[in-house]
Design a protein around this ligand. Structure first.
Ligand code: NAI
Length: 644
């Protein structure tokens, strides 16, 4: 039995309609490519057909190439060949876009003589996120249609466009507010009378390429694909189309074979794999979550409240003090106002999100919600006390979660009458921005509760990773090893700025000492018991609490710029002498190895203990929660692939 082709076409009154139906995403897999090539050949040769429309059935236009075909021999026709066939098609051809048209799918549309899209369609070239560039002429065609400035912006950011913006940039010929197919047919018929002339894109500023180079050197440090994007756009403005296309495809293949794209594809698949719970009993169903309560309106509680409210869930935010509530309310209003000010959301949406958050100081207000997230102080006795209270007031069946960074879930769950409905939901700061959610499974957490958390993470746009219960879980447990190593290094002779520079150059957003200054050195410091035995105690005793006092490990100038501090240097020299440590010059290579190797070792231990189910879960945690450079694949992938 042969499987039916995902591509079919019909014609009437001289107009052909090609429909591709390859659920769920209409990826440009091998059977789609061969079916499409065949249909185009037939239509080109058909004596009665004068024009054609290309559309997809289901949720979306082509959502891109099929990544599972990468690293294998590609079945012919490959995508560049198919896109070339589309570009050379001898009759007017209109691409009709709905849902999402991404990557190779959008490139295919760009190769058609005309494009129309529904009002809600989104399109873009996100290849950069996989360390790739569009390799089927997407850059060259985008540059010709919309100009080099737009091409650079879209391809280097990988951002998607709505239909209105795409039309204003000259990438769509029409937007359909009615029936897409009817409007696409009309457009195709108009084209048979001759294509209307296209307005030339606005000329680019003379220093476009140099200023892009300057602006992006820091943003893209360590990554190879952005330079290829720049080279391709620059070339597309200077050489004939055929030459630009050939060079683009070649650059694509170079990147595809390169270590960075392989690492980024690992990250892509690891993130998807993380959603799959390996040992879920058959038939497990998630519990419905229609309302959320949050206890503790500090730094984390506010961010967590916004994460849920922004995704449309009603939130009740409770703190023990009115002052805490007032500060949280102001901070939340400020964040949403800034989002609206930057054009990320409309004013109406900002107001709607704000209005979804009800506040108060009475814990009893949480008695009817489906899920409560606790974000009070990080002290076991306080958490246990709060969980006893929550257990008493929460409705039967409600899930109780803690946002603890380190404390064991089992000990918190143990004080309740519902340990099966208790788990950790470890958000990262700032919680409304950071993508990671560590979902901590206590020994007794029920499978449906875990599944609920995994689905909820997705619903609020987070990357949820299920981890086991231990001090610090996965991320912070590994981080603690790095912090200890960094602390030892500065007593042995490295400077905090050297350690920070080495880790920053590796691709991390910030080194441990810049991070400590940001978080505040006085967290956990007690003036009464301080003995000056550690560098942090010495700094705190000198009134240097970090960025908030304009002095910590670093000095800070009026603009907030961090500068190496001579005082910190002197304190370290004294402290080393007191501890009998002879200071010496330490190389960058030694710093990197001593900071990262213990983390990897801890990661391996975490895997052996089953605290993480897969090495890819650890990579997902570090890329999404700690800014580990995705183009190295995450710590575990990096450790297995370094050195080639
Ligand atoms: P925070 O000190 O900013 O906020 C704690 C809030 O809880 C305060 O507003 C306080 O008034 C309130 N609170 C204390 N006891 C309460 C009670 N019994 N009932 C109601 N409200 C009470 O602390 P932050 O930074 O928001 O941390 C909260 C939790 O989140 C901690 O467990 C922390 O370890 C965890 N966490 C913190 C991260 C961070 O970067 N700050 C990151 C991830 C987790």
């Amino acid at each position: 039995m042969t499987t039916p082709s995902p591509v079919c076409w019909t014609h009437s009154d001289g107009l052909a309609v090609i429909t591709v139906d390859h659920p769920p995403l209409n990826l440009l897999s091998a059977p789609v490519r061969s079916g499409l090539a065949r249909a185009l050949d037939q239509i080109a040769a058909h004596p009665e057909v004068t024009a054609a429309v290309l559309r997809c059935a289901g949720r979306s236009f082509f959502s891109g190439a099929d990544l599972s075909e990468f690293d294998q021999a590609i079945a012919q026709p490959d995508l560049p060949t198919l896109v070339a066939q589309v570009a050379d098609f001898p009759k007017p051809l209109v691409a009709a876009l709905h849902g999402t048209a991404l990557g190779g799918g959008f490139e295919l549309a760009l190769a058609c003589p005309a494009r129309i899209a529904t009002v809600s369609a989104r399109m873009g070239l996100p290849e950069i996120r996989l360390g790739l560039i569009p390799g089927c002429g997407g850059i060259a065609r985008l540059t010709r249609l919309a100009g080099p400035a737009v091409a650079l912006d879209l391809v280097s950011s990988g951002r998607t466009l709505g239909a209105a913006e795409a039309q204003s940039l000259g990438l769509l010929d029409a937007v359909s507010a009615g029936d897409l197919l009817t409007d696409a047919r009309t457009l195709a018929r108009e084209l048979t009378a001759g294509a209307p002339p296209r307005p030339a894109p606005a000329p680019a500023p003379a220093d476009l390429f140099d200023s892009f180079r300057g602006r992006t050197a820091r943003r893209f440090r360590g990554q190879t694909a952005p330079a290829e994007v720049l080279a391709c756009v620059e070339r597309a403005t200077a050489v004939p189309l055929a030459e630009a296309l050939a060079a683009e495809t070649e650059a694509f293949h170079r990147l595809e074979q390169g270590a960075q794209s392989k690492a980024l594809r690992h990250v892509f698949f690891a993130e998807r794999e993380a959603r799959r719970l390996p040992d879920l009993p058959e038939g497990t169903r998630p519990l419905p979550i229609a309302s959320v309560g949050i206890l503790g309106a500090g730094t984390m509680g506010r961010g967590i409240a916004m994460s849920f409210a922004s995704a449309g869930l009603p939130v009740t935010l409770i703190d023990k003090t009115q002052d805490g509530i007032d500060r949280a309310t102001a901070a939340i209003a400020g964040t949403y106002a800034r989002q609206a000010g930057r054009g990320q959301i409309t004013e109406a949406e900002a107001a709607a999100r704000r209005d979804r958050i009800t506040t108060g100081t009475d814990i009893g207000a949480l008695s009817q919600v489906d899920l409560i997230v606790e974000a009070v102080f990080e002290v076991m006795e306080v958490k246990q006390q709060v969980f006893r209270q929550l257990d008493a007031i929460a409705r039967p069946g409600a899930i109780l979660a803690t946002n603890t960074s380190f404390l064991e879930i089992g000990r918190i769950a143990g004080v309740t009458s519902r340990p099966g409905h208790v788990l950790g939901l470890h958000f990262f700061s700032p919680a409304h921005v950071m993508k990671l959610l560590e979902i901590v499974r206590g020994a007794e957490t029920a499978p449906e509760v875990l599944l609920t958390a995994v689905e909820l993470a997705r619903r609020i746009g987070k990357v949820g990773v299920v981890v086991g219960d231990c001090h610090g879980f996965v991320g912070n447990r590994m981080l603690a090893r790095r912090q200890a190593a960094a602390g030892a290094l500065i007593l042995e002779g490295a400077t905090p700025w050297q350690v920070d520079r080495v880790l920053h150059d590796f691709g991390l957003p910030m080194g441990p000492f810049a991070m400590a200054d940001l978080a505040g050195l006085d967290l956990g410091w007690d003036r009464e018991t301080s003995s000056g035995a550690s560098i942090e105690e010495c700094l705190c005793e000198a009134g240097r609490f970090g960025q908030k006092t304009k002095a910590g490990y670093y000095d800070y100038d009026e603009t907030g710029q961090a500068l190496p501090s001579a005082l910190t240097d002197r304190l370290l020299v004294t402290l080393s002498a007191q501890k009998g440590i002879t200071r010496r010059e330490i190389s960058d290579a030694e710093i990197l190895a001593r900071c990262l190797d213990p983390m990897i070792e801890e990661g391996r231990r975490i895997l052996a203990e089953g605290v993480a189910a897969r090495a890819g879960d650890i990579d997902t945690i570090w890329v999404n929660g700690y800014g580990w450079p995705a183009w190295t694949g995450g710590p575990m992938y990096w450790a297995d692939h370094r050195g080639g």
